[in-house]
Write a protein that binds this ligand. Structure first.
Ligand code: GLU
Length: 373
């Protein structure tokens, strides 16, 4: 089946809405447009999709609240506007989603959060917990401390990193153009919409052109974002946010926008990434029972199945799992540091809180973060 047709069954979507769409002529939030997207997104969520929304628009909302008609020039003023506006942005989403009985959560992230292993795991667990509760996480860049989006329109990249983080099957980038074209459609009447190609297709770089005035990202950051998303197996669709019922129609497999495909399934991509890209920081020796459930049943590794710990690792680091004869059987991202692990191994997960005073996760390594060798 084609990827488009499969969108109907994709369970995890990240949808990014950019500044160019969210703002009313560059000033203020376009609340009517937001209401329209929220209606579509609420429907998607009601179909059982785990949805994460990545939204810009804080600067625009802040400008209205502060009574500024001109976008300021200095980064600090933009950051201030974003800080004022973020509350308004989230308030608007909260209000709109509540019409459909849905709750929202504000998640502010920066790229460092996602490259630091420990913060990566924390962000992942929190977002997973939120979607599991049926809450819609609304992610934006943490503009008080980072200015990537203000400078480069980088919420496209953030959208891709979030797609990696939650292992989304699809990243939808809603923008003010219908998709990617073979040439600039504003100056070339022969320009044609690219309906589908691989994210890795290098001919895209030449076609990406410049972004519009408000969409600071432009097409090239979207192509780069699609390549990043493809690393965890997510397909990216760059599509016009003003197309009538765009989300619902994409879900039904309609040929809208530009689909940039990943060449691997999320599961396979993640496992390859886990196996190949991280340095091993320590070792867990598993008892025979744990080796069996891991290899035969594809379960998570619980503290109770571990008999020895060595090395120097923190939460989020890669550790190697060996059997009782020292033979490596798996690798994975560990949820507890070496000191914490020492205190909980051999014990049932219910005792984690009593031993540490808190529980990060009941597993020592979650099965999604584990690769059998
Ligand atoms: N993250 C910011 C926002 O949500 C930056 C966007 C911009 O530069 O307008 O508004």
């Amino acid at each position: 089946m084609s990827i488009r047709a499969n969108l109907n069954s994709a369970r995890r979507w990240v949808v990014k809405i950019g500044s160019a769409l969210l703002t009313d002529n560059g000033r203020g939030l376009d609340e009517k447009a937001i209401a329209g997207w929220v209606e579509q997104l609420a429907q998607l969520q009601k179909q059982g999709v785990e949805l994460v929304l990545v939204s810009s628009g804080a600067v625009a909302a802040g400008m209205t609240r502060l009574g500024w008609s001109q976008r300021p020039d200095t980064i600090h003023e933009l950051q201030a506007a974003a800080a004022v506006g973020q509350t308004g942005l989230v308030q608007t989403y909260e209000q709109e989603f509540s019409r459909y009985g849905l709750k929202t959560a504000q998640v502010l992230l920066d790229h460092d959060d996602l490259s630091n292993r420990q913060r990566y795991l924390n962000a992942r667990s929190t977002i997973r917990a939120l979607t599991g509760l049926g809450v819609i996480p609304i992610v934006n860049e943490n503009d008080t401390v980072v200015t990537d989006e203000i400078r480069f329109g980088d919420n496209d990249t953030l959208g891709a990193l979030v797609a990696n983080l939650v292992e989304a099957e699809v990243l939808v980038i809603l923008t003010d153009q219908d998709g990617m074209f073979t040439a600039d459609p504003r100056s070339n009447p022969d320009a044609q919409l690219i309906t589908e190609t691989a994210a890795s297709d290098s001919s895209l770089d030449g076609k990406a052109g410049d972004g519009g005035k408000l969409g600071r990202g432009g097409m090239i950051t979207k192509v780069k974002a699609a390549r990043l998303a493809a690393r965890s197996g997510a397909h990216t669709i760059i599509v016009g946010g003003r197309i009538d019922n765009v989300i619902g129609r994409l879900r039904k497999g309609e040929l809208l926008g530009t689909l940039l495909t990943a060449d691997q399934q999320p599961q396979a991509a993640r496992k390859r990434w886990l196996a190949g890209h991280l340095q091993v920081r320590g070792q867990l020796q598993l008892d025979d029972g744990a080796v069996r459930v891991l290899s035969q049943k594809g379960r998570s590794l619980l503290p109770v199945g571990v008999s020895r710990v060595s090395g120097d690792f923190n939460r989020g680091d890669m550790v190697s799992c060996v059997d009782s004869s020292g033979h490596e059987v798996a690798r994975g991202l560990v949820n507890y540091s070496v000191q914490e692990s020492r205190r909980i191994i051999g014990r049932p997960s219910e005792e984690i809180e009593e031993r540490l005073g808190y529980v990060d996760e009941p597993e020592l390594i979650h099965r999604d973060n584990l690769v059998m060798l």
